[in-house]
Write a protein of this length. Structure first.
Length: 326
């Protein structure tokens, strides 16, 4: 004979258990894993402290660079180097950079390389990924296998240099674009994203007579804005920050990108060959060389800081959906 416990008794028992646990603790749902339980006061304090320290570790260096670029020679001397607390501020470092013409020309080179390289790389990635997302496409497995090989094995610097030189690209801006135009990692992310699109939609379009180009342009691409934005950000940041290809392939200082000028000024403390723009001896010493260096750093950071907020909302969804095949 079974004994039935009244619901009122069960509720009283639950209330008594909750009272025994105390007001500061909530009962965890039995189906919820432990790591999803609501943290206690100590855990919340620890998380808040950790996040605050991480934010400060990111913002304080940025703040220091910006303030130093706006500081006078006297303020930098008083601080003994990098300025954390702003004193007398001036835009003279930026006006000197613009007046010199070297940095502005380098910014133009970097913008051209980034814009053209990102557009070209995205076009190659989209076309390659869409073709590889169709298992029955011509040469599907061999091409996919070759892409995977390039992720683990590379030809090396010298063979790549010989290829670029053989194509006549030395001292050409295309030498900063073509050698890195194809990224196997980004292509695979985009391919997996395309494979997660409902096949029924694509098959219905084919039955209605749509060509593959029309399916790609009117169905696949509108559904893939997130992964395209993320991959475009990857390519754009890579092209903007690249300097080693310029070291190898560009001998004319007039074609140097901004990152190579930044390397010359900040890391080596040198002027650009063939120019009179010296970061340590501008305006009779009235403008600090350190302020000039930090101003160039700020100019190198600004474009990425402007673009990233517009792409950030697509970042997590684009990467996770493109990286996991459902």
């Amino acid at each position: 004979m079974t004994t039935t416990v009244p619901r009122t008794s069960a509720r009283v028992s639950d209330a008594g258990g909750a009272a025994a646990r105390g007001p500061g603790r909530r009962r965890r749902h039995p189906d919820r894993p432990p790591y999803e339980a609501e943290p206690g006061p100590v855990a919340k304090t620890a998380k808040t402290t950790a996040l605050t320290l991480i934010v400060l570790a990111v913002l304080v260096p940025l703040w220091t660079v910006v303030v130093t670029s706006l500081s006078t020679q006297a303020a930098i001397n008083d601080a003994g180097g990098l300025v954390l607390v702003p004193g007398e501020l001036t835009f003279k470092a930026y006006t000197d950079i613009i007046a010199g013409g070297v940095v502005t020309r380098a910014v133009g080179v970097s913008v051209f390389v980034t814009a053209v390289g990102t557009a070209l790389s995205l076009a190659v990635a989209i076309l390659t990924a869409y073709g590889l997302s169709r298992p029955g496409s011509l040469g599907h497995r061999p091409i996919l296998f070759m892409l995977l090989i390039t992720m683990f094995f590379g030809a090396g610097m010298i063979p790549t240099y010989l290829v670029v030189a053989g194509l006549g690209l030395i001292d050409s801006l295309w030498a900063l674009i073509l050698p890195t135009a194809v990224s196997a990692f980004n292509i695979l992310i985009m391919r997996n994203f395309f494979m997660n699109i409902d096949r029924g939609i694509l098959d219905s379009a084919r039955i209605d007579g749509a060509s593959e180009w029309r399916i790609l342009g009117q169905i696949v691409l509108p559904l893939s804005k997130a992964v395209i934005a993320v991959v475009g950000l990857f390519y754009g940041v890579a092209y903007w920050n690249a300097f080693f290809n310029a070291v190898l392939y560009i001998n004319d200082s007039a074609k140097w990108p901004l990152q190579l000028v930044l390397r010359s000024y900040v890391l080596q403390g040198q002027a650009v060959p063939g120019t009179t723009f010296d970061p340590s001896s501008l305006d009779g010493g009235q403008t600090a060389g350190l302020a000039i260096q930090m101003a160039v750093v700020v100019l190198a950071m600004v474009p990425v800081l402007i673009v990233y907020p517009f792409v950030q909302r697509h970042f997590s969804s684009g990467v996770m959906i493109g990286a996991i095949k459902g």
